[in-house]
Design a protein around this ligand. Sequence first.
Ligand SMILES: Nc1nc2c(ncn2[C@@H]2O[C@H](COP(=O)(O)OP(=O)(O)OP(=O)(O)O)[C@@H](O)[C@H]2O)c(=O)[nH]1
Ligand SMILES: [Mg+2]
Length: 294
Amino acid sequence: MIGRLRLKLARTREAFRRVEGLFRSGKRRDEILDGLEEALLLADVGVTASGRVLEALRAGTRKDAGEAELERALKAELERLLTPGPDGRPAAPAAILMVGANGGGKTTSAAKLAAKFKGEGKAVVLAAADTFRAAAQEQLAVWGERLGVPVFKGSYGADPAAVVFDAVRAFKARRGDVLIVDTAGRVHTNTNLMNELEKVRRVAVRELAGARVESFLVLDATVGQNAVLQAREFLRFSGLGGVVLTKLDGTAKGGAAVAVAAELGLPIKYIGVGEAEDDLVEFSPHDFVEALLS
Ligand SMILES: Nc1nc2c(ncn2[C@@H]2O[C@H](COP(=O)(O)OP(=O)(O)OP(=O)(O)O)[C@@H](O)[C@H]2O)c(=O)[nH]1
Ligand SMILES: [Mg+2]
């Protein structure tokens, strides 16, 4: 598992090579700590999270700590920063809304999640609530066919909340376990579109009375620190349960995962490491850190 992740994260690993090099440099503790902040910044960990790492290492390691002790402390602190909020796994939600900026990977991640839940023996229904582009519904329909998962579509230009209303009906009639709703990409500055999203959520919550409705914010890792800015704006959207961080394959900016988790307190639930259906990995802070630094 860590082996596969290591391959997929090859470019981010490279970005962390400088961090790793510090612990093989024969330098003293203070010199290592001096170099660490810059190395973390270059690896896209971000100012806030890098600062916290340094603070933790300064306070938590002995004055004469050797390389091994410092590296252990670094890994532990990165893991801690990648694990915000209460841990422990809540029960799977009945509905998942995929939200986020344009082109982040919402539709692809919705399909990958459908494949994952289906593989666990769950009855999955996909809802194409991106009625903004005709091609968007088609894209999800193609995935549905490939995966053998029913896709509920609305008509082009329809109110996404109305599509979700109908999709919930179909979902209940089929006695589905998980309804995954794909939504249109939007910029957080567009108030109308953000309100539209709130309405989609309200309808899902109301129609699935009692069941858990969770929104996953889909963030593109290749934008590095900008992912943090995007996420901060989306925090205003209610019911965000976590992040799906996509396109971690082929980018050197995977260190942004630490920034997203540490600065926003939003747990990363899944990471996308490719375009295929099985390129979605349940996020484990431990495995992630081990894949980067080992
Ligand atoms: N390499 C790689 N590509 C990905 C990943 N996730 C998505 N993509 C690709 O990114 C592109 C955009 O993905 P979509 O799923 O269409 O993104 P979206 O957020 O639904 O886009 P809009 O609906 O236009 O807002 C596609 O070409 C996907 O194949 C990933 O984890 N790795
Ligand atoms: Mg889409």
